[in-house]
Design a protein around this ligand. Structure first.
Ligand SMILES: [Fe+2]
Ligand SMILES: [Fe+2]
Length: 267
């Protein structure tokens, strides 16, 4: 945070952050290894929110280049601010847990940009499909599940705030596809299907890296579901809130996916 007048303006935009119960985190019943796992998890969550902020900003620029309707662009212009709020909340939680865990990354390469050869419309559509129709749409049921599983009032309040913002982000992709629909050729739809497939495969690959703590109790779970619940929510949601609506919009990633939604092995 830069602080001073800048912070005051930011707080005015999003006063709900300071109203969260920051003093309520009680780690007395959690095992040290669970707290350590939570530091890593919430640092990674911070990084994901940071990346999503970059993805939302890139999408916004692409929407303007694609001459998307003003109200649609205006709707998307709020998302980067939302993501910065999420960054702050996740980072503050990681600090309360004992401090952020180290993460190495190339700051210039945190998001994948569409090929410069694409038309402005297709470039915007690719960013929306990857970041919103897959990424943001899928994050809603997973965050809601984590909110449901959370026992700590502070963690529950942070997740509730994020879920509230993400509902608008998750809906945005489908609104955009309704607008862009008549501009898309069959070749465009094929391109978008392949991009969606790559993104979905990457999501499925991450399922293998689930944080687990030996003899985990409810008190040790500082912000996530148990693995079985997580995987069943994630698999069901990838079908219901990503694959089915994409296919309803004439974009079918299934033939291009290397990984199966329903099993860990390739299909
Ligand atoms: Fe977010
Ligand atoms: Fe988001």
């Amino acid at each position: 945070m830069w602080g001073g007048a800048v912070e005051r303006r930011y707080r005015k935009l999003r006063p709900e952050v300071e109203r969260l119960p920051w003093g309520a985190l009680d780690l007395s019943k959690a095992k040290p290894e669970a707290i350590l796992a939570a530091r890593t998890t919430w640092t990674e969550a911070t990084f994901q929110e940071h990346r999503t902020g970059a993805a939302c900003a890139a999408t916004l620029q692409a929407l303007i280049a694609a001459r998307a309707p003003i109200d649609l662009v205006a709707m998307a212009s709020r998302f980067t601010l939302d993501e910065m709020v999420h960054v702050e909340m996740c980072a503050r939680l990681a600090q309360l847990l004992g401090g952020g865990a180290p993460i190495a990354y190339d700051p210039k390469g945190i998001i994948v940009l569409p090929s410069p050869e694409l038309s402005a419309t297709l470039a915007a559509a690719e960013l929306v499909v990857r970041n919103f129709c897959v990424g943001e749409a899928l994050s809603i049921p997973i965050l809601r599940g984590s909110w449901h599983a959370a026992r700590q009032p502070l963690i529950k309040a942070i997740l509730a705030r994020i879920v509230k913002d993400e509902a608008a982000h998750g809906a945005f992709g489908w609104i955009f596809l309704d607008w862009v629909d008549e501009q898309l050729t069959e070749a465009d739809r094929l391109h978008l299907a392949k991009q969606a497939a790559l993104t979905m495969d990457a999501v499925i690959e991450r399922w293998a890296f689930f944080p687990t703590v030996a003899n985990e109790t409810a008190e040790d779970r500082l912000g996530w579901m148990d693995e079985t619940t997580y995987l069943s929510v994630a698999r069901r949601s990838l079908h219901k809130v990503v694959l089915e609506p994409l296919r309803a919009h004439g974009i079918d990633p299934l033939p291009w996916m290397k990984r199966s939604i329903d099993a860990d092995s390739a299909h």
